[in-house]
Design a protein around this ligand. Structure first.
Ligand code: HAM
Length: 448
């Protein structure tokens, strides 16, 4: 049997509905914040990520899926969305549009990581990018935008951790200080960190192997090396977050794993022990030099991204239930060819009137059709009887209460509307604990 690649998932059934629900919430919040939807290619030339995400980043050195196409071009499956969006911004000369340009996306990304709970090799992210404004107001908006999405999804407690890496001068000063600080102790660190010392000492700070090393814990903090402008800028971001009533923690260890960041960097954390070290559900920051680095005009940028796989896992652990529709409204059963024609006609009619309806497709026995209606979790069923239908009536049965009613075909839509709303209200309001025979208490029925 051919199986799916390691670290990839097939998403179907209720999981697919939850997935779509997240994307719908993202779409609706992004629309309110006036972000336009963008789709960029899943693969790009490898150079984009080398120059964009950074040749010394873990993502580019260890995690990309690279291939040479049939025209001998070096290609990479995108490990993240920002570089592609910035490339598109430059290539399509979006800088000529209304400034700043506010964009959002969702799509699959590919990282050759060790798969575990909340960490996939094919992951789906949604994210937002703003190009063309260095105003600290946008930094605050970006953080609150992500938080709004999390809140809409039902997360009550998401920790916002942020830090500032400062401008180029501040980062240079800090870099020198880090090299000075780590050099005498570098032999106590992992091989990766030894390599990072000269190339990118900032990476040592978020090393997962050495995270408990006291030397690392006591390392100099970025914010102590910010020059005056960078410090003032960061204070403004915090002031604007206060206006938006966003609670945050300034955490000097947030340096992020991609090389393009400057000034504000931030992460969103949830308290889910099953996620272990993967409890960061989203992150982002400012990347003021990236556009120029990719041969575009000097244009500041900021963005964030969040992993849908990880969010859904966190929601499950935190018992946050996406309001997805389970089951169907009505299932038509039939025996004769005459009744089959009625089923075909009525199914279509009801679907066009907004009901979720299904019927028999393989001419099975009535017993098998009843089984099918149970599998589909139908709220109502109707066993079609051509004599009754010729007289303009139909018998509809509520599968939970077992009540049956004969109703006129002309009144079917009105009847279903009324009954289904009634059902929904009962499910929401009832506090019987499962004894009334009307409401649905999964835990009472051993389905939880
Ligand atoms: P990132 O921190 O690499 O940032 O990824 C953002 C989010 O994607 C993570 O917080 C996590 O929720 C999810 N994620 C990352 N890797 C995996 C994985 N292997 N499996 C499941 N989920 C994962 C970026 O990608 C930047 N492009 C964010 C950004 C946008 N910065 C500025 N603009």
């Amino acid at each position: 049997m051919i199986t799916k690649p390691k670290g990839c998932r097939d998403i179907y059934g209720n999981d697919a509905k939850k997935w779509k629900y997240i994307e719908e919430i993202v779409d609706s919040v992004m629309e309110k914040y006036n972000y336009g939807y963008i789709r960029t290619p899943i693969f790009e030339s490898s150079e984009l990520f080398h120059r964009g995400v950074g040749a010394t980043s873990d993502i580019v050195t260890k995690e990309t899926y690279d291939f040479t196409d049939r025209g001998e071009r070096k290609m990479t499956l995108r490990p993240e969305g920002t570089a592609g969006v910035v490339r598109s911004f430059i290539e399509n000369k979006m800088y000529g549009d209304a400034n700043p340009v506010k964009l959002y996306y969702h799509g699959t990304m590919y990282r050759y990581e060790r798969p575990q709970a909340g960490r996939e090799r094919e992951l789906t992210q949604f994210g937002a990018e703003v190009l063309g404004s260095s105003d600290p107001l946008i930094d605050a908006e970006m953080i609150s935008l992500a938080l709004t999405i999390y809140q809409m999804l039902g997360f009550e407690k998401v920790k916002v951790k942020l830090n500032s890496l400062g401008d180029k001068e501040s980062r240079e000063n800090y870099r020198e200080e880090l090299i000075k600080y780590f050099s005498p102790h570098i032999n106590d660190f992992c091989e990766d960190c030894k390599n990072r010392l000269a190339k990118n000492p900032l990476r040592i700070l978020d090393c997962k192997v050495d995270s408990e090393n006291e030397i690392l814990k006591n390392a100099p903090k970025t914010i102590d090396y910010l020059n005056k402008e960078s410090k003032e800028r960061f204070d403004k971001v915090l002031e604007y977050l206060d206006i938006l009533q966003v609670e945050y923690e300034v955490d000097p260890r947030i340096v992020r794993g991609l090389d393009y960041y400057s000034h504000t960097v931030f992460e969103f954390e949830v308290d889910v022990k099953e996620l272990g070290g993967q409890n960061v559900i989203g992150g982002g920051g400012r990347y003021d030099a990236l556009c120029e680095q990719l041969d575009g005009p000097n244009t500041p940028g900021i963005g964030f991204a969040s992993g849908i796989d990880r969010l859904l896992f966190a929601m499950e652990c935190m018992d946050i239930k996406p309001p997805i529709r389970e089951g169907i409204d009505l299932f038509f059963l039939y025996v004769s060819e005459e009744e089959k024609k009625y089923a075909l006609y009525l199914t279509q009619e009801l679907r066009l009137n907004g009901f979720v309806v299904d019927t028999e497709y393989t001419s099975r026995s009535l017993k098998a059709q009843f089984k099918q209606s149970e599998r589909l979790n139908a709220k109502m069923i109707a066993v079609l009887n051509s004599e009754q239908l010729d007289n303009g009536d139909i018998t509809v049965k509520n599968t939970k209460t077992k009540e049956e009613e004969i109703i006129s075909l002309d009144a079917l839509i009105y009847y279903l509307d009324e009954k289904l709303v009634e059902e929904e209200e009962l499910e929401q309001d009832c506090s019987c604990g499962g004894s009334c025979g009307h409401c649905h208490h999964p835990e009472e029925e051993g389905e939880a």
